[in-house]
Design a protein around this ligand. Structure first.
Ligand code: CP
Length: 306
């Protein structure tokens, strides 16, 4: 494939291939000399219309470790501020002959639209509440490194599912690889018809966490709740925040995950985020490996003859 726009567009064997490729890149990132030449001479542009720490930094590091020339577009100081549209911005960058654009945008579908207009590969680094495919891939890699497989694991995704592109991409990926997926959320933070995505829905953490192998917490995305119901932090933490008492319902060896950024004391207690079952920092490390794998797969092959 030329682009990575969402997990929904990948076959299970393509997902497995990317995770296998990423596994090999973990060792590269742990070497003293982290430099490869897979993308030597290639140009990568990171175009983030929404804030990011993990995704942008890891795509930049991944590109540099693969030998690409990497440019971070400073959207806040760009002509976007003068009213230039997404497509005009993308076409302007396209005219500079990049090989790959990494794009985050606040509107679902915006990255796919942009991909239709440009000549290079495009990776979706998060589009609205739609998809965040590299997050799901790095989560799967993290799980597989601990549990040895994805198939037949019980994975419980908890919290603000309604606004979460991370939840959506993870549900698609985990189902594709044969996991049993549960979601736990208040009714106001669940998309209608979520059951049709092949998940079991729970309203109580204690029920949804029972015997889970993996607990994925989601950030309460208050910035996306303008004009709708916003739960109070105290109440939310009491019923849907992961603390030691709730975590005891999962398996004793359950992994605790969070894509970040975390709201400590809102969706997760600090003692759990920093506790022995947490793999949250490892998720960040896997993010670099996964992004190296994705970019190698998309543009790392031999150049087509003219
Ligand atoms: N998980 C994630 O996408 O984090 P950032 O918003 O910091 O990139």
């Amino acid at each position: 494939q030329r682009h990575l726009l969402g997990i929904a567009r990948l076959q299970p064997h393509e997902i497995e291939q990317l995770i296998d490729l990423a596994e090999a890149e973990v060792a590269v990132s742990r070497r003293r000399d982290k430099k490869k030449s897979t993308l030597k001479g290639r140009t990568q542009i990171n175009l983030f219309f929404e804030a990011s720490t993990r995704t942008q930094a890891s795509f930049e590091l991944a590109g540099k470790r693969l030998g690409a020339d990497v440019m971070n577009m400073a959207v806040a100081n760009s002509s976007v501020k003068k009213g230039e549209t997404l497509i005009d911005t993308a076409m302007t960058l396209n005219a500079m002959q990049p090989d790959i654009l990494i794009v985050r945008h606040h509107s679902a579908g915006a990255v796919a639209l942009l991909a239709q207009k440009v000549a290079c590969s495009v990776v979706n680094a998060g589009d609205g509440a739609h998809e965040h495919p590299t997050q799901a891939l790095l989560d799967a890699l993290t799980i597989r490194r601990h549990k040895g497989r994805i198939a037949r694991l019980t994975v419980t995704i908890c919290g603000d599912v309604l606004h979460s592109r991370v939840a959506r991409s993870n549900i698609l990926l985990l189902n594709a690889l044969g996991a049993r997926v549960r979601v736990v959320a208040p009714a106001t933070l669940l998309p209608s018809g979520i059951e049709s995505m092949g998940v079991e829905v729970y309203r109580r953490m204690e029920d949804g966490l029972k015997d889970a192998d993996v607990v994925m917490m989601l950030r309460l995305q208050r910035e996306r709740m303008e004009g709708s119901f916003v739960p109070s932090v105290r109440e939310y933490f009491r019923y849907f925040g992961l603390d030691a008492a709730k975590l005891r319902h999962a398996r004793p060896d359950a992994l605790v995950m969070h894509p970040g950024p975390m709201n400590r004391g809102v969706e997760i207690a600090s003692e759990i985020a920093d506790g022995p079952q947490s793999v949250i920092e490892e998720q960040v490390e896997m993010g670099v490996a996964v992004r190296m794998a994705v970019m190698s797969a998309l543009i790392g092959g031999p150049e087509a003859s003219a």
